[in-house]
Design a protein around this ligand. Sequence first.
Ligand SMILES: Nc1ncnc2c1ncn2[C@@H]1O[C@H](COP(=O)(O)OP(=O)(O)OP(=O)(O)O)[C@@H](O)[C@H]1O
Ligand SMILES: [Mg+2]
Ligand SMILES: [Zn+2]
Length: 233
Amino acid sequence: QVALLDIDICGPSIPKMMGLEGEQVHQSGSGWSPVYVEENLGVMSVGFLLSSPDDAVIWRGPKKNGLIKQFLRDVDWGEIDYLVVDTPPGTSDEHLSIVQYLSATHIDGAVIITTPQEVSLQDVRKEINFCHKVKLPIIGVVENMSGFICPKCKNESQIFPPTTGGAEKMCQNLNVSLLGKVPLDPQIGKSCDKGQSFLSEAPESPATLSYRNIIQRIQEYCDQRHFQEENTT
Ligand SMILES: Nc1ncnc2c1ncn2[C@@H]1O[C@H](COP(=O)(O)OP(=O)(O)OP(=O)(O)O)[C@@H](O)[C@H]1O
Ligand SMILES: [Mg+2]
Ligand SMILES: [Zn+2]
């Protein structure tokens, strides 16, 4: 049972990517009900509260924090195994509030996404630093858009060259795990735009295999952490 919480208040893309555009949140006796993609996957996003997908949310920090608090307190998530929180890029109000509000729950950790080029790694180093500062464990880093395999000649090219060694080098230097690399695949963009699951649309593709490996490593990390928690407390 998985809950997906989108706290990208100004740029919520989860409703569209999950095929839930135009859906609305329902109020029940026990609070707001998430919108369900499937029985075991509930989603909450500010996108469900807007009257049109092009509506702009222009909010300062305190108002964003208030909504994030409501998402955690007033949504009836039911019994869940995983709460996955999608954050905006950076290290800002949203990141601070979610870490603070969930501190009592012992967050398992953060998954950090980068692309291979230095400009992106520079931001990600700051995000890793942020995690250390707020004592948030890091599950690992994913390198996205890592290489492109030409569908015609099957040659691989680097659209975003890893000029400074990519995520691999950064992870070695900073002593964090590299969870995997996901290649560029135009089908991913298409699936997201259509709100369809790329994993079901292209089950045999290299990107799907990579996603599955990454998912497995995250699950293993969480299982191990829970095992340790149970045996130390
Ligand atoms: N490996 C990939 N190959 C092709 N397209 C991709 C890949 N990864 C992501 N995309 C596409 O790039 C776009 C942006 O992806 P995504 O929303 O995951 O990025 P983001 O970093 O969360 O962006 P934002 O900063 O807006 O939150 C989407 O249309 C998505 O489908
Ligand atoms: Mg995003
Ligand atoms: Zn080619």
